[in-house]
Design a protein around this ligand. Structure first.
Ligand code: DP6
Length: 325
């Protein structure tokens, strides 16, 4: 599969390759795989990239072994994070005795609880592309990033991004594309409820949901409808439709998680308190909506005109302006 994209492996390389990729938050979530080796999803998804918040990665050749540094700290090669990354690098080694040194920096606050795998694998795929001078287009980069982590398929672009689930078994039609719309007034606030590493990651959470939740049967169709509405909302700049659909989509994903055996509940009491606060403010006429991934932290969608209210109501909110340089 990788060979279909990059061609024969034995290529000369540059001294180094580097790239930045933004983190992203899905407005219509990816939840469930039809092929877990290739990270092929059961539904298409649509996200918003987080502008300057993301991962910068540099890759160089290394003698004798792979070495991975994250935010200047050398990572234990036997840790799960490193072995997943090393297995990913195996896909691209020109020879089995060719090793890499990876230096990666996340510029989002660790406390924000953003997943680093989306921006991490997108930045790595793009850095490899520069290191080997493959000159790949966006769709090919998206496929390579997807092999590291599904949501990384969307992090190769800025702005709104749609990842098409695709139909083919080899995944060559499962890639993301940018939706070329700009919404300068759109804002997102990250509300950090907990900094703890979650006990059940997305990969395992999805597997459990697909295998055990009866409600999951309704999910792919719901996702298809939601993508349609979100696309419509983007082009019509209809904030209530965008926010309302994103919120409903996140809650439906969590409903399938709750229906799993054993049940998956990522929320903490503070998560639910944030939902109630957002609903209360909305009842008072302030257009705030939320979305939430496989963790306890809440992301609020709002427009620029309500930024002072979000700052006042949510003390530690990290505010992102996805379309402002
Ligand atoms: C809830 O992309 O982290 O954030 O493909 O197994 O690496 P893997 O999963 P991952 O799952 C993301 C799940 C989500 C929804 C989303 O980002 O679309």
């Amino acid at each position: 599969m990788v060979q279909k994209i990059i061609g024969p492996r034995a290529l000369p390389h540059n001294e180094q390759g580097e790239a930045f990729a933004p983190s992203n938050i899905a407005l219509c979530k990816y939840w469930g795989k039809r092929n877990s080796d290739l990270n092929l999803p059961l539904n298409s998804s649509l996200s918003l990239s987080l502008g300057h918040l993301g991962t910068h990665t540099r890759i160089r050749a290394n003698a004798f072994k792979d070495e991975i540094y994250m935010n200047e700290q050398r990572l234990d090669p036997s840790a799960q994070f490193s072995s997943r990354l090393i297995a990913y690098l195996d896909l691209f080694r020109p020879a089995s005795d060719c090793y890499f040194r990876i230096d990666t920096h996340n510029n989002f606050p660790t406390a924000a609880g953003l997943a680093s795998s989306a921006s991490g694998y997108a930045a790595l795929a793009m850095a490899l592309n520069n290191f080997f001078s493959w000159n790949l287009d966006g769709a090919s980069l998206s496929i390579l990033a997807r092999l590291g982590s599904g949501s990384a398929a969307r992090s190769v672009y800025d702005g709104f991004v749609e990842w098409h689930r695709g139909e083919s078994e080899d995944g060559m039609d499962s890639y993301a594309e940018q939706i070329p719309a700009i919404w300068s007034e759109l804002r997102l606030a990250i509300i950090t409820v907990s900094r703890a590493v979650k006990t059940i990651g997305s990969t395992e959470g999805m597997r459990r949901t697909v295998e055990t939740s009866a409600l999951y049967a309704a999910w792919p169709e719901k996702a298809t409808r939601d993508i349609e509405s979100i696309r419509h909302a983007i082009w019509g700049k209809d904030f209530a439709e965008l926010g309302g659909t994103a919120e409903s989509n996140a809650l439906a994903m969590h409903a399938t998680m709750l229906d799993s055996r054993p049940a998956l509940l990522y929320w903490l009491p503070e998560t639910v308190a944030a939902f109630h606060k957002i609903w209360r403010l909305r009842q008072d006429g302030i257009q705030l909506y939320f979305t939430i991934d496989a963790g306890p932290n809440v992301k609020i969608l709002f427009e620029e005109k309500n930024e002072h209210i979000v700052r006042g109501e949510f003390d530690d909110a990290e505010i992102v302006r996805p379309f402002v340089c």
